[in-house]
Design a protein around this ligand. Structure first.
Ligand code: NAI
Ligand code: MG
Length: 496
């Protein structure tokens, strides 16, 4: 049995039917389902359970029981946890091609991007498998007649709520460190892209993860996400998504002082100085806003260009946008897929259509896909706008689509001030051959991730997370472990 509808692409037969609660594949209590679409064609490809409060309560109970009853965490040795995570990594690699295809059918991204995502998912499990056996405490010196042991313990049951732009990767980014530290999990994928989360549960089951340790509930935010925020059996919420929902989660979780990690949006500056390696800067800046259809929290959406190279860069951005080929992500020659949903397309188009009256100059829009096959897909052509300052909404608000805004600057002081003129602080890119200028600017930009002469790499071994309203806490690398650990002091009186 699978979630696929009749006539759907064959690979979808690999997606299990039902959601995963306490080691079983189950329907929603009321039997309701919802549809997921292929955004390239607008066609329904699968049906999954529509979880509501009662279903979430079952999943939370299973995760609580697995944690308290010793099916994971302190009761399972770190070596055994590592072994299972390694097996999960191997299974992701074995199934790479089918996972890539399922991800593309569900969210629309091009093959190269989807391959990158799934390869990183495999690495993520491998990387945190390594950490499971290396989470150690400390013994601070406290005197001669006492011993103080500082130990790290899993925080407990974690509600992990993820978005649709990197569905399996965002899930793995939270699930892998949570499992490595010994937490148990209820994962809620985005309603637009539930399929690879179900595949992850199937992989975990096959890898020998005990029942109840990783539960997946499919459903909508308010119906299947919200109940986790108020359930006292949930110790921690880790969320990636919009600023509005992030604020709501922080507020709601304050009632029980639940631990919260938030990875929210951005309006990231991409600064091109006059002495930048220009060809690289143009290609990299274009990839930074057009990659993954612009559906990227760290997209370099504000492109600041020094006056001395402004015309060349603007011309270069137009050429890059013009070379983009829209189509199905499954087609090798496609370089940009559809947006994830009709709603997201309409959101982005409202920004594009409203920009000229709002003080932005429309410089260029690329071509839409030609084939009739895509007439009902959610495509948005890449576009380039010039803006005089931050007054147009497209220069201030997160669009989450392939819309580049280019701004001119003259002085370093000016561009640093402008770069920081945002409520967000996720990422920034700086292009220059001057190492002092690069590092000085990097230090002065209020953002959690700064790239020099590059844009967007996010190696899993390093760090990710936002300053200001881009988030709370850090993910990736060893930093993610802190999000899933409590720290305890055990004091031993040796004096009698
Ligand atoms: P969203 O923030 O509503 O959705 C993200 C996740 O949160 C989904 O799994 C959703 O079901 C869940 N959710 C929604 N409301 C919830 C609630 N009350 N309680 C618990 N969980 C809840 O984002 P949406 O509406 O899909 O996209 C709107 C905009 O948000 C985008 O245009 C983009 O600007 C931004 N966004 C940013 C992302 C990022 O990576 N920073 C990812 C997705 C969206
Ligand atoms: Mg879908």
């Amino acid at each position: 049995m699978s979630s696929a509808v009749e006539g759907a692409p064959a690979v979808l037969a690999r997606v299990p039917s039902g959601m995963h609660i306490n080691g079983e594949w189950v329907a929603a209590l009321d039997g309701e389902e919802f549809e997921t679409l292929d955004p390239a064609t607008g066609r329904v490809i699968a049906r999954v359970p529509r979880a509501r409060a009662g279903d979430v309560a079952r999943a939370v109970a299973a995760a609580r029981e697995a944690f308290d009853g010793g099916r994971w965490g302190e009761s399972v040795s770190a070596r055994d946890r590592a072994r299972i995570l390694h097996r999960m990594s191997d299974l992701v690699r074995e199934r790479r091609d089918e996972l890539v295809e399922i991800e593309i059918l569900d969210c629309g991204k091009p093959l190269a991007d989807a391959r990158g995502d799934i390869d990183e998912v495999a690495f993520m499990f491998e990387y945190y498998a390594g950490w499971a056996t290396k989470i150690a405490g400390d013994i601070p010196p406290v005197g001669t007649d006492a011993l103080s042991l500082v130990v790290r313990e899993p925080v407990g049951v974690c509600g992990l709520i993820v978005p649709w732009n990197y569905p399996m990767l965002m899930a793995a980014q939270k699930v892998a460190p949570a499992l490595a530290t010994g937490c148990t999990v209820v994962l809620k994928p985005a309603e637009q892209t539930p399929l690879t989360a179900l595949c992850m549960a199937a992989i975990a089951e096959e890898a020998g993860l005990p029942a109840g340790v990783l539960n997946v509930v499919t459903g909508f935010g308010v119906e299947a996400g919200e109940p986790m925020l108020t359930d006292e059996r949930v110790d921690k919420i880790s969320f990636t998504g919009s600023l509005a929902v992030g604020r709501h989660i922080q507020r709601t979780c304050a009632d029980q002082l639940k631990r919260v990690t938030l990875e929210l949006g951005g309006k990231s500056p991409n600064i091109i100085f006059g002495d930048a390696p220009l060809d690289d800067a143009i290609v990299g800046s274009a990839a930074g806003i057009f990659g993954n259809q612009g559906e990227v929290c760290s997209a370099g959406s504000r492109i600041f260009v020094h006056s001395s190279v402004y015309d060349r860069v603007l011309e270069g951005m137009v050429a890059e946008a013009g070379a983009i080929r829209l189509g199905s992500g499954l087609d090798e020659s496609t370089t940009m897929g559809p947006l994830v949903s009709a709603r997201q397309r309409d959101r982005v188009m409202a920004y594009v259509d409203g920009a000229p009256a709002d003080g932005a100059r429309h410089v260029f829009s690329g071509a839409m896909p030609e084939s009739d096959e895509f007439a009902d897909g959610f495509f948005v052509a890449p576009s380039v706008f010039e803006v005089p300052d931050h007054s147009p909404a497209i220069a201030r608000e997160e669009i989450f689509g392939p819309v580049a805004t280019v701004l001119r600057f003259d002085e370093v002081e000016e561009v640093v001030r402008l770069a920081n003129q945002t409520e967000y602080g996720l990422a920034a890119a700086i292009w220059t051959r001057d190492i002092n200028l690069a590092l000085n600017t990097a230090r002065r930009v209020r953002a959690g991730v700064v790239w020099i002469n590059d844009s967007q790499p996010a190696p899993s071994e390093s760090l990710w997370g936002g300053y200001k309203q881009s988030g709370v806490g850090r993910e990736l690398g060893p930093y993610a472990l802190d999000a899933y650990l409590e720290t305890k002091q055990i004091y031993v009186n040796l004096g009698g």
